[in-house]
Write a new protein. Sequence first.
Length: 168
Amino acid sequence: MRSRLLLLAALWLPAVPARADDPPEIEHQPVPCTVPNKPIALCAGVTDDSQVAKVRIYFKPQGEDYYSFVDMTFGGINYCGTLPAPREGAVKSVEYYVQAVDDQYQSSRTSTYQMNVQPEGVCAFPPVQKDAAKAASITVYATHKKQGKKIYDAFANAGVNFVPVAAK
């Protein structure tokens, strides 16, 4: 009887059309750990009912006030970005999230994740950037003028171009 009622309701009620103004959907498997002194490669699947305009990884050393971000690029399947290498002994955990914006200015983001910095051998599957060219050309953008003109000391600055917030 119940299935007959559901069938009648489905036939009688109008279908809800897909809306072209939904925010992007982000699929990302949180990374629990990484190793010191090696750039970090993170990827996420991002889909939208229109076009994805920007995907970024916002990150900071645990305990800092302001996030920095790196742009992620589309690699054919996922969007990927490279974070600077956490310096050994300078940071215990990196806080991060992924944010996407579509061409209609709709945005969405993942939860905030903690990625522990552990010695090699302790972190089973560290997300190390294996592409030397990507590891040597990381552009990090500040989100607040109080971040100054250089990346947090918790991260190695080799191969990193830091873009501070312009003073007004």
